[in-house]
Design a protein. Structure first.
Ligand SMILES: Cc1ncc(C[n+]2csc(CCOP(=O)(O)OP(=O)(O)O)c2C)c(N)n1
Ligand SMILES: Cc1ncc(C[n+]2csc(CCOP(=O)(O)OP(=O)(O)O)c2C)c(N)n1
Ligand SMILES: [Mg+2]
Ligand SMILES: [Mg+2]
Lengths: 336, 365, 336, 365
């Protein structure tokens, strides 16, 4: 249990900052680097004050090259360090795709476990902030489809702290996706190491009629939807996945078997998006408990739109409710 | 053996930036660069005044919430204007997010220029109309597009040249390297103009590159390079013009590094005080590209008060038209989301369009 | 209908070569370039003889840089040409990921249709040839999740010819995935432009009990499975998707509604693989016709293994049959 | 102004490759490079003989189907051996797929070296044992790893240096650029050795790069560079040794281009007659690195028939042990597929492992 002093009201950015600071403090193999993460403190201020506090030897700006950042992080990890690197925005991680896919993800496997790469790649992702093109991608499916990577994403400030500490401690490489539209939302954060393990989903709200599966930026939206659904007479259970890869079948399938209905929500485009996997695997595992097909509420199958149009692209409470309404509430139920 | 006798000499830049006008607007003797004609200098002046006014107007629009964000090129007008004026109509311009002033100098409608930053769509103008590629945000990626466009021009027997703008930070990306290499091997008519404005957001050159200059990269690709004073509009015009003419004549690509300075923060959302001294900014304000051209033109008797006022008035009119255009509300059409993903809407997009249509109808009802 | 001279026995590599030659012949805006595609004729000989026949102005070797190849192809397409480029092996397309994702896929959208990019990226993909690491990836899901790209893959020599001609003619960028283990298999190819449109799936074998959905290298495996299933008493319908993006819902859903059971097969790892989308969307559309959940037979969730182990990774006839056996043949059927 | 007086002079390579021994094994007067001691030369000779024998043995194994594929480095032994002998035990070697001879020279077990090409697993040796990174196939990607390892060494206060090998073709990749840049800015103890063997599979240098030499890239990163005769084992040893010592002493990275030639096809699966003349190969056979070292050593009286025979016999024994090791059947363990994806098997992997287990049990039954 946490001592009272260790519990603080923090924004998600603040919680991430605290996690980095505590990790840097705890282990001098931890280095933090990337574009503008030094004196500026990152464009989202997640690394604010760290280079001043820990010195530019441990927290530093790199030349502007994402493949270079990830590639050198791989080398440093090979040689015993624990790099935590930042990609400035989601789409700017793409130049590092080869290093991530062919090396970071595979090194342990190639070397039969001889070389492990405890690298964390922090990527602010998603939209909803009025960002211009290339600043709002949700790229999780590219990483979750790549065996060897862990992919996690916090939905709350508390999880931001815990998951980032866990990610830094992980012997596996972790793609750490930060929902940038939630950077400024505050919550209570216990600055300790208690809490759910990194690879477990958490039920954020219990309910009996339908399971709403969300992660990252959509956790808040899902909880809002659950409140709004009361009026429709639906008791919604909200599951926050936290770990996108590996997937916590146990927790999520248990919820879906209980409710018999599920909707999965994410910002990324639907086609071959992460929700497809969630729907497919839960259907495999819970088929005879389902009253209706598992439905998805996702971004449209379009490139992320310009600021003035993004509201039409992103899953909203209304769109999720509309989708829930299609879960065949009145049908003759069978197979349950 | 002297440097100039070496076969590689022409590929290396000078040790220090060369120019035509010093910081006080005095003619530099014996420059390797050719002084542009008076008409060109006056044209540069007029466009720089308009460009700067446009830039301050855009910054003001961010304060009023009319623009989501604006990366200012204040202090870089010699590059923004000099380079573009050196192009001919058939040439291509590949700008970055910072080069809005280059766009309006090329003649792109200012309101269309700002569409990206206003948030109505990713691009407001037709790239083919004035041969201006979309302003590019993923750094350095457009260097390759410029090489491809230039290569295609030669393939088709056209004599157009592609000028690509990039920043000091962007030179660190792998794509810059690949573009210079393809251009060198294929001898494409491409001009690479690096605006070295001292910073990549907060990161200074000392953390970006250890070469004597960025222009020193040229020799690694067999590309002749020039290191020039990027706050000297005459020098920028002259260097780019020379490179464009060389490229047009089949002489291949040139790499130009123009040393300049970003007077404002990276964008209006950035706080430059976190990483640089105001003293540094002040020093660079003393090397203002517009002041120096004015000093020279006045000294030469080419610019008098009447002309200055006329140009200023034109710039004010321009700014007013920008304000007017930007104050008009942007009509966004939700259905347009589905129109340009593929040449034709797919079945899935038709379904999604219908869903959105129904939602919007429901909201209205 | 085709004239008799136009029908030839060709390997898939030969059919692709013929398609390139005919496209180069038909339209001088078509250029073919990449690593070793010139005098060598490509490491798989798909471009054999083309630089000799059409000259090195039209068919040429580039410097060794995949981002450079795709990036310059984008520029050439902006300026009116129709580049067909080759990535030497699947994993070597990753360096071009940013150009593909942020530019090739989005240019039409960004420019409101003003700039279109008729670029074809040919990528030999998949395993089964005893290739060492990085030579056997199945990377389709990275591309199919990216709106703006078309992704097609032939399962037969005839389709190789037709789909490649169609891809080159397409106004949209096309990721053209070539199943390298099928390069040498021969079939009858009509060198004309008749046949199914590029974005339609084709039923390769009709059956009434279960729909087996496959593409690329797995089409042959699926047909073999269908033959083997006769012994089990299952009449298998085989659908060859051909176009992975967009997906032909109409053809595939019709088959699944008819059979009430479906298995989707691919070489790529299952987690967030293409099969997840197929299963999820067909379940959404055919839920009440399904006797069992749609199952997937895919590569394991591991990096592509070394040659001596690949047989355990790849979907085999036996593994597909085992999976079919789990489709609840004896259960009380409901919801159909 | 003379070239040598320029501050940038030390960053530029010579115009033509420098060496210590000419093609006939005669000492070159006044070379900038330092001649290694006799013991080193004899060691180089012995290892080159063994290396070459290993290489022919590996090629022979492809014909017997014992290796899936083998990229020979025949003709490049001066680089493969000279560079590795120049390293100390605490240094790191980052090889490519072509550098199997470098591995065995470093002391990696030859059978473990060939595991990758035999198809049993992606890697057969422990990279930490002799500080040899996995042989890298995705071109140029390991240049960055070498920079990272070197940077970490300095961070930890170790004096080890990382040597990375790459080919002429690999220099075109963006990663090479990023690695050189990071190394230059961070001043990491990294030595980049480009084996310019004339081809990237079928693509000759003329289609790859337009620079005076690949070593001319160094100056664009502020990295001193050397252009050397890559068929001169003394020169390769000396240049790499000097670069390693500079790096160890805190003097930062060096870029070395070694001009050599790939005598065999790209791999046994390639047909080089499609893209080059046999005359070209013949000419390079006349510049054989081993012949030239033997000629020199014999001339100096350091190598006599007895020693030659002893070395040849040692090489034969080595080849015999390779044959023996490779003829043993590789035991592959299907369950190992699931062991090294993550530190621990995930639930999904446990399910898949059980499925495979059941399948295999079914087959046996
Ligand atoms: C590939 C990529 N990585 C990161 C960014 C985020 N970013 C935008 S501007 C910028 C700095 C660019 O500096 P420079 O090239 O010098 O151009 P300047 O802004 O000074 O004009 C960065 C890091 C980006 N746009 N693209
Ligand atoms: C990123 C990447 N692209 C393409 C390839 C395929 N490929 C393997 S070796 C090779 C040629 C490499 O030439 P070079 O760098 O000169 O090395 P060499 O083989 O001559 O030793 C190519 C294109 C690859 N391995 N990695
Ligand atoms: Mg800059
Ligand atoms: Mg080579």
């Amino acid at each position: 249990m946490t001592t009272i002093e260790k519990v603080q009201q923090l924004s998600m950015a603040g919680a991430l900052n605290a996690a980095l600071a505590d990790a840097l403090e705890a282990d001098d193999r931890v280095l933090v680097f990337g574009e503008d993460v030094g004196p500026l403190g990152g464009v989202f201020r997640v690394t604010d004050g760290l280079s001043e506090r820990f010195g530019e030897r441990r927290v530093f700006d790199t030349p502007l090259a994402e493949s270079g950042i990830v590639g050198t992080a791989i080398g440093m990890a090979m040689n015993g360090l624990r790099p935590v690197v930042e990609m400035q925005f989601d789409a700017f991680a793409y130049p590092a795709f080869e290093q991530i896919t062919s090396h970071l993800a595979k090194m342990r496997n190639r070397t039969q476990g001889k070389v492990e790469l405890p690298v964390v790649i922090r990527i602010p992702y998603g939209g909803g902030i009025g960002g211009v093109e290339h600043h709002c991608d949700s790229s999780e499916a590219y990483y979750t489809h790549t065996p060897g990577l862990r992919v996690v994403t916090p939905g709350t400030p508390a999880d931001a702290y815990h998951l980032l500490r866990d990610a830094i401690d992980s012997p596996d490489p972790v793609i750490f996706l930060e929902p940038k539209r939630r950077y400024w939302a505050k919550g209570e954060v216990a600055l300790d190491r208690a809490g759910a393990p990194m690879d477990r989903a958490v039920v954020r709200r219990t309910g009996k009629d339908v399971t709403l599966i969300a992660y990252g930026p959509m956790v808040t939206t899902a909880l809002e939807t659950a409140e709004a659904a009361i009026e429709e007479g639906w008791d919604v259970e909200v599951v926050d996945l936290r770990s996108l890869s590996p997937f916590d079948d146990e927790t999520v399938a248990a919820s879906v078997r209980k409710t018999g209905r599920a909707v999965v929500v994410h910002e990324a485009s639907g086609f071959c998006g992460y929700g497809a996997e969630v729907a497919a695997r839960l259907t495999e595992r819970c088929f005879h408990h389902l009253h209706a097909p598992i439905l998805r509420v996702t971004g449209l199958d379009i490139p992320y739109p310009a600021p003035k149009l993004e509201e039409h692209h992103l899953p909203s409470v209304d769109r999720i409710l509309d989708t829930m309404a299609r879960l065949q509430w009145d049908d003759e139920v069978c197979g349950a | 053996m002297t440097l100039t006798s070496l076969p590689q000499r022409h590929l290396l830049p000078s040790e220090t930036p060369i120019g035509l006008l010093d910081a006080d607007g005095r003619l530099i003797d014996g420059s390797e660069l050719t002084m542009p004609g008076d008409d060109v200098l006056l044209d540069l002046h007029r466009r720089m005044v308009i460009g700067r006014r446009f830039d301050t107007q855009a910054t003001a629009l961010t304060k009023q919430g009319r623009l989501a964000v604006y990366p200012s090129s204040r202090g870089q007008e010699a590059c923004e204007v000099g380079a573009v004026v050196a192009l001919d109509a058939q040439d291509w311009l590949f700008p970055t997010y910072r080069d809005s002033v280059a766009l309006v100098t090329r003649g792109v409608d200012p309101v269309q220029t700002l569409t990206l930053l206003q948030g109505g769509w990713h691009l407001g103008y037709d790239p083919y109309e004035l041969r201006v590629a979309p302003q590019c945000t993923p750094l350095a990626t457009n260097t390759l597009h410029a090489v491809g466009v230039a290569h295609a021009a030669r393939y088709k027997g056209e004599d157009s040249v592609a000028l690509v703008l990039l920043g000091d930070g962007a030179t660190s990306e792998g794509d810059t390297h690949e573009a210079l290499n393809f251009a060198g091997v294929w001898q494409t008519p491409t001009v690479f103009l690096v605006q070295n404005n001292g910073y990549a957001i907060s990161v200074p050159m000392s953390k970006q590159n250890a070469a004597p200059s960025l222009a020193h990269k040229g020799i690694g690709y067999g590309i002749p390079s020039l290191l020039i004073d990027g706050n000297d509009p005459a020098a920028v015009y002259s260097a780019v013009r020379q490179a464009v003419e060389t490229a047009r004549a089949g002489g291949g690509p040139t790499l130009i590094e123009a040393v300049t300075y970003r007077i404002e923060a990276h964008t209006n959302a950035d706080d430059a005080s976190r990483y640089r001294d105001s003293g540094e900014v002040a020093a660079w304000l003393g090397r203002d590209p517009l002041d120096r051209l004015e000093a020279y033109l006045i000294g030469r008797g080419l610019l008098d008060d009447a002309r200055r006022e006329a140009v200023a008035a034109e710039a004010e009119d321009f700014a007013a038209s920008v304000r007017k255009g930007m104050n008009a509300d942007v009509a966004v059409r939700p259905q347009s989301l589905f129109d340009h993903v593929y040449a034709e809407r797919t079945a899935a997009l038709r379904e999604q369009a219908a869903m959105l249509e129904a939602e919007l109808a429901g909201e209205e009802a």
